[in-house]
Write a new protein. Structure first.
Lengths: 401, 401
C-alpha cells in the first residue's frame, strides 16, 4: 500500500499542529494507505533522510497535538532548488511515498507544486495537496487561512487590554503602539479594530502595509485622537512603508542634537520609529509593544473555530488526495457570512496560483483616510475573532461634597 | 457618619480593580461608614476636586469590575509635595473623609504615610491604610504583591509558548529574547523558569537586574545553550545594568563600519541591545519580544488566586481601618508553602518602612552563575503561577525506509 508523507513549513501558527493532526488522523484511518510519515524540519528532513513514523509516536501525544503550539515536526524555510528535485524524488521512492501533504504558505505551495510536476515529468506517480497556513492571512483563493483567527484574537485582545490601561494611565503616558507581524498585508493590524466594540475608541489609528506612511497625516491624526480621548492607541503592521517604498522600520531618526539615531541597520522596528517620531513631535511619554512570534503560538488564546477549521483542512486534504485530486491547496469559502450563523465550505485552488499571488486587504476594507477599517471589514472579521472578554468602565462622574 | 476615600496609583496590574472592589464592597456594607468615594486619577483627583461616588455607579459594573483590567478610577504618578498637604487635608475635610485607602506601590505608601502624619499634626482625625499592588513584586514586608502572580503567569506562558516555537524553528532562527518589566528587581524574569517543567529547557538564560551584565559570560552561556539545544531562549529584565551601573538598554552598539547605532537616547530596550550583541557575535537570526504593559493588563491570563487575594487585601484594609489601625500597608504571609496546600494569612507593615525599602530577589534564589534560579525560588513561585497549559512533543525518531 502507498505511504503518506506530511510536512510543516514556514512560520508556525497556534493551530498548525491541528492541521497536522487532521492529516495524520485521516490518513491513519484510511485502508488505502500504508505508513504515515512526517518530515523532520520540512523539506530538510526529506533531503537529509530524517522522516518520522507516526505509528511510533505515543497515541496520547498525538491526541494532545491538536492543542499544542509550534510546528511539532519542526519547520524550515529552505527554498527548494530545481537541481534538488531529483534527490527529493529519490527519497520519496525510497519510502514509497505516493501522497504528499505540506502545511504552509505561498513558498510551501510552490515546493509541492514543483515536486508534483517534476514527479510527473520523470514518471513517478505522486499526488500532492497543500494545507493552508499563515497568521498573515495573505494566501490567495481562500476566505481566510487557519492560524489567522487565533493571531487576530491575540492582537485584538492585547489592544483591548492595553487600550483600557492606556486610558486609565493617561496622566502618565500619552500613547501606546502595538506592532503586529505581517510584512505585506494588513489583516492583522486591521483585526485590532475588533477591540473597539467595547472600548468605544482604541485603537484610534491603524497603519496598514497597503498604504504608504504619510508622516504629516499620521501626526495630525495622532494630535486629533489625543485631543478627543486624552491618549492615543496606535496599531501598526511591521512592514509599513514610506511613499518611496523604504520600510518605516529602517527610517532614520535624529536626536535633539540632530545626530542620526536609528538607521537601516536592522534590529529596529516600525513601532519603535513611530514611538520616536511622536515623542519628538509632542514631547509625550509612551510605549511600543513588539510581541513578534508570540502572536503565532499563544495557544491558550486560540479559537475553537480556528482549531477545528485547521483540523478539518488537514482531513480535507487527505480526502481530496484519496479521491485523486492533486496539485491543489485546500481553500475555505464562507457560505454564511455574519455572526453566529457563520459557516464555511471547502474548495480548492491550483498550487501555482497560490504560489504566485498575494492577497492584500481589499480597498473597500480600509477607510479613505487610511487609518481605519470599514463596516465591510468588521462583518468579515467579527465571526473569526469571536467574542472578546467583557470588561466594564466606571462612569466616574464628579461627585458633590 | 464618616466617609471613605479610595484611590489607585502607579502602574496598573490585571487585578488592581479586584482590590478596589474589595475596598468598595466592604466599606459599602459597613454600618459605620457613610459614603464611599473614589479619587479620579489618584491624588490628582483630590487636588483637582474630582471625586467619584460609588453609590452613583451601576451595580452591574461594580460587580464586573473585579475581572476588568486597568485602574478603573484612573491612575497617577504625581509625587505629592509637602506644600500640597494642606490642600489635600482641606479636600478631605470638605468631603468629611475619615478613612483613606490607596492601592499602589512604594510611592503610594509614602503618599498615605505623609498625609496621615500631616493630618495628625494639624489635628484632623484620619485613618489611612495601604493596599499593596505591583507586578514587579518588589514591595517590602509581604510574601508577594497582588498583581505579580498574574504578570508572572503571563511571562511564563509567553516564554513556554515561544520556547516551543523557537525549538521548532531552529533551522531558521537561532534565538529568542523576551523582555519583562521590572526596573530593579528580577522577580518577573525569574518567573519564566516556571515554563521549564514542560519544555525541559527554555528559558536557557535569565538575566536579573540584581546581577551586573557580563558580556563575555553571557555570550559564553549563549554559545553553550546553542550547542546543547540547537537554539537559545533568553529572558531579561528591562532594567539590567552593566558593571558600571549604566543600563544595558542605553548601551552603545556599533555596526559593521564601527558606527555607533544605539546610544543613551531612550526608546531602545535591553532586549534589542542583547539581540544586536548576539547577531554581531554569532551572525544568527533571532527576535526580541517587548510586551511592556501587556504584562500588567492581560486579565484573560490572570489567576483566580491573584484575583481573590487582591480582593481580600482590599477587604482586609477596610477591616483594619474600622478596627482603628492606621499607618500600615496590608501584607500577606505564606502559612503553608508548597503546591496545593498553599495558604496565606494577612499581616501589616508600617507605611514608612514600605516606602523606604525595596525587595530585590534574595541571593539564594539566583544560581551562582547568575543565569538561572534555584529550587528555593521554584518552591516560592510554583503555587503563585499555577499550572501552565499542557503541551506535548513528538519523539521525532528517525524512521527506517
Amino acid at each position: 500500500m502507498p505511504n503518506v508523507l506530511v510536512g510543516q513549513s514556514g512560520g508556525p501558527t497556534s493551530v498548525i499542529n491541528a492541521s497536522l493532526s487532521g492529516v495524520v488522523d485521516s490518513a491513519s484511518k484510511s485502508k488505502k494507505i500504508g505508513r504515515v510519515l512526517g518530515m523532520r524540519f520540512g523539506i530538510e528532513g526529506v533531503l537529509g533522510d530524517h522522516l518520522v513514523d507516526f505509528a511510533a509516536e505515543d497515541p496520547q501525544v498525538l491526541k494532545s497535538l491538536r492543542h499544542t503550539p509550534g510546528s511539532a515536526l519542526g519547520s524550515s524555510r529552505l527554498k527548494l532548488k530545481d537541481d534538488q528535485l531529483p534527490a527529493v524524488i529519490k527519497q520519496l521512492k525510497k519510502y514509497d511515498i505516493r501522497y504528499l501533504f505540506m502545511i504552509g504558505g505561498n513558498d510551501t505551495m510552490d515546493t509541492i507544486n514543483r515536486t508534483v510536476k517534476y514527479a510527473a515529468e520523470v514518471g513517478y506517480e505522486l499526488t500532492g495537496v497543500g494545507v493552508p497556513k499563515t497568521v498573515d492571512n495573505d494566501l490567495f483563493g481562500t476566505d481566510h487561512t487557519p492560524g489567522f483567527p487565533s493571531a487576530a484574537r491575540y492582537v485584538a485582545t492585547s489592544v483591548l487590554q492595553a487600550g483600557i490601561l492606556a486610558r486609565d494611565m493617561q496622566k502618565v503616558d500619552q500613547f501606546v503602539i502595538f506592532q503586529t507581524v505581517g510584512r505585506s498585508a494588513g489583516w492583522l493590524p486591521a483585526s485590532a479594530a475588533a477591540a473597539r466594540y467595547q472600548t468605544g475608541a482604541p485603537p484610534h489609528i491603524i497603519l496598514f502595509p497597503e498604504r504608504a506612511f504619510d508622516r504629516e497625516a499620521f501626526l495630525a491624526a495622532v494630535k486629533e485622537a489625543h485631543r478627543k480621548h486624552g491618549f492615543v492607541s496606535i496599531v501598526c503592521g511591521e512592514g509599513i512603508r514610506n511613499a518611496d517604498g523604504s520600510p518605516v522600520s529602517a527610517s532614520q531618526t535624529t536626536d535633539k542634537f540632530n545626530n542620526v539615531e536609528f538607521g537601516a541597520m536592522g534590529g529596529t522596528s516600525a513601532a519603535m520609529i513611530l514611538h520616536r517620531i511622536i515623542s519628538q513631535e509632542f514631547g509625550w511619554r509612551g510605549e511600543f509593544q513588539v510581541t513578534e512570534s508570540l502572536q503565532m503560538c499563544a495557544a491558550d488564546r486560540s479559537l475553537k473555530l480556528d482549531v477545528d477549521e485547521a483540523y478539518r483542512c488537514g482531513a480535507q486534504a487527505v480526502k481530496l488526495a484519496l479521491a485523486g485530486t492533486s496539485g491543489v491547496m485546500v481553500t475555505m469559502h464562507r457560505t454564511n457570512g455574519k455572526g453566529e450563523s457563520y459557516a464555511i465550505d471547502f474548495g480548492t485552488a491550483p498550487l501555482g496560483e497560490v504560489a504566485n499571488h498575494e492577497r492584500p486587504m481589499p480597498a473597500n476594507y480600509i477607510t479613505p483616510d487610511g487609518f481605519g477599517v470599514t463596516k465591510a471589514f468588521m462583518d468579515y472579521i467579527n465571526p473569526l475573532v469571536g467574542n472578546l472578554p467583557q470588561y466594564v468602565s466606571l462612569a466616574t462622574k464628579k461627585s458633590k461634597a
